[in-house]
Design a protein around this ligand. Structure first.
Ligand code: AMP
Ligand code: ZN
Length: 468
């Protein structure tokens, strides 16, 4: 079945047809983090959504090139570098490393390319030069270079592709230099910002004098460098539609004269207990905050994947506890299947679980339908296990089907064999102590395993390690 996606560009659900003539390769760009702090769970909702899109495309056999930029120079970063009297690289490096570690803790596949803005200043300058040469960008008296919306529209181009904009309220010649600006102002925005004393040591040479790039042009330059002038998918949170993504389209199409992106996908925002996250309300969570409360990355991922990407999601700690319960049900079922299947090889076509699961995701990523397929399967499998009607071969087929589904969800239990060597060694020592009837020692070893996050489950086939 063909994949259907809601394209913000057409405001409708469309069949996904890649630009690649062979229908195999897909280019996907998702606006990455601004590395000035730890990412919060709202940000993570968007990145987990991008991971789901990528994994589903891969499940369907596409060869995806996933690009996520690292915004390591923009207004907020410069402000903090100045306040903390540090260097740009030192400051952003710590948050970039934390971001990539969190991404792994959440079970996201790392993008194939994670270009940093500071390493693409030459490409950014070249793109601005093109815009100046085409007459849609100009240097103003303050030394900065701006994109001219009037000139762009004068060439027959549309500004306001993702959102309908009200040009009657536009004041001609108005300019905005800051990276983030109000939705009410449709103003010429900065492509290159002339150096000012507050920038400290953050500047590069350019044909327009020393300065630094604007945020919007960074994404146009990096996405087109890796994926070409036209590519398939561009993702981000809904707040980026305007002005950031509108500006990306204007800059890219203004420079190349070609369509920039075929499908624009936007994820709705995350609220916490029904409210916008804010530090003052005490409802602001980073992933680290939740890990500190004893939740796992897998549980957070499961919760973030529980709602449709175009619906506002209300995050609650109770919801996280619910995700824990759901995962325990899946784990129990999958582990029992593993036991029964033993080393039996799986053969056969796609299982009913996979077919239902994929059909749901093909409908604009209908995740509720996908979860329903999973939990119906868990219930039926548990019934068959309890009634002992499954053969090891049937269990192996069911397991293989689950593993293909979990290659998209990324939430399943790790096989017990994946316990690190020192944990397995502790288990073996505990078995030896039990055999020698040294129960004091065997209990102490069990406690030691628990302290390291592992429990022993005694099964008819012997003890099994389970991650807490
Ligand atoms: P930033 O690091 O601020 O550039 O944001 C990174 C990504 O997170 C962008 O795609 C934003 O649209 C997205 N984002 C920011 N806040 C939220 C939120 N509360 N819920 C969902 N996504 C968000
Ligand atoms: Zn961007």
């Amino acid at each position: 079945m063909a994949l259907q996606l809601f394209n913000t560009l057409s405001r409708s659900v469309q069949e996904f047809v890649p630009l690649d003539a062979a229908g195999k390769k897909v280019g996907l760009y998702c606006c990455g983090p601004t590395v000035y702090d730890f990412a919060h769970i709202g940000n993570w909702r968007t990145f987990v959504f991008a991971d789901l899109v990528r994994r589903h495309l891969e499940f369907k056999g596409y060869a995806v090139t996933h690009v996520m930029n690292i915004t390591d120079v923009e207004d907020k970063i410069i402000k903090r570098v100045r306040e903390q009297q540090t260097t740009l690289r030192e400051f952003t490096g710590q948050y970039e490393a934390a971001f990539l570690a969190d991404m792994q803790a959440l079970g996201c596949r790392l993008p194939h390319h994670t270009p940093r803005a500071t390493e693409h200043v030459a490409e950014i300058v070249a793109l601005i030069e093109k815009l100046v040469a085409r007459g849609v960008a100009y240097q103003a008296a303050d030394g900065s270079v701006y994109f001219s919306i009037e000139k762009y529209r004068g060439c027959g181009c549309t500004y306001g592709r993702l959102l309908k904009l009200n040009f009657d309220e536009m004041r001609a010649g108005e300019r905005v230099k800051s990276d983030e600006y109000e939705k009410e102002s449709i103003a010429d925005f900065a492509l290159w910002k002339a150096r000012v004393p507050e920038d400290g040591a953050v500047f590069w040479p350019s044909p327009w004098g020393e300065g630094r790039p604007g945020w919007h042009i960074e994404c146009s330059a990096m996405s087109m460098k890796v994926l070409g002038e036209s590519f398939d998918l561009h993702l981000g949170g809904e707040d980026l539609k305007f002005p950031h993504h509108e500006d990306e389209i204007a800059q890219s199409e203004g420079a190349t004269g070609r369509p920039f992106v075929k499908y624009w996908l936007h994820g709705a925002h995350l609220l916490v207990e029904g409210k916008k996250m804010s530090k003052s309300l005490g409802n602001f969570f980073t992933l680290r905050d939740l890990l500190g409360k004893g939740f796992t990355g897998r549980e957070v991922r499961c919760l973030l994947l529980s709602a449709h990407y175009r619906e506002t999601f209300n995050f609650t700690l109770d919801g996280l506890t619910g995700a824990r319960t759901s995962l325990a049900r899946i784990d129990e079922c999958v582990n029992k299947l593993r036991e029964l299947a033993g080393g039996t090889a799986a053969a056969g076509a796609a299982t009913e679980l996979e077919t239902r699961f994929a059909a749901a995701l093909d409908e604009d990523l209908n995740i509720s339908g996908a979860w329903a397929a999973v939990f119906d399967w868990v219930r039926e499998t548990n019934k068959a296990l309890a009634e002992q009607t499954l053969t090891p071969a049937a269990a192996a087929v069911a397991l293989a089907g689950w593993e293909r589904v979990d290659a998209v969800l990324g939430v399943g239990p790790a096989p017990a064999a994946e316990a690190p060597a020192e944990i397995v060694a502790l288990l073996e020592a505990r078995q030896a102590a039990r055999k020698a009837k040294d129960f004091k020692r065997s209990d102490a070893l069990r406690d030691e395993l628990k302290a390291r996050g592992w429990v022993i489950e005694d099964t008819p086939k012997g003890p099994r390690l389970k991650k807490l």
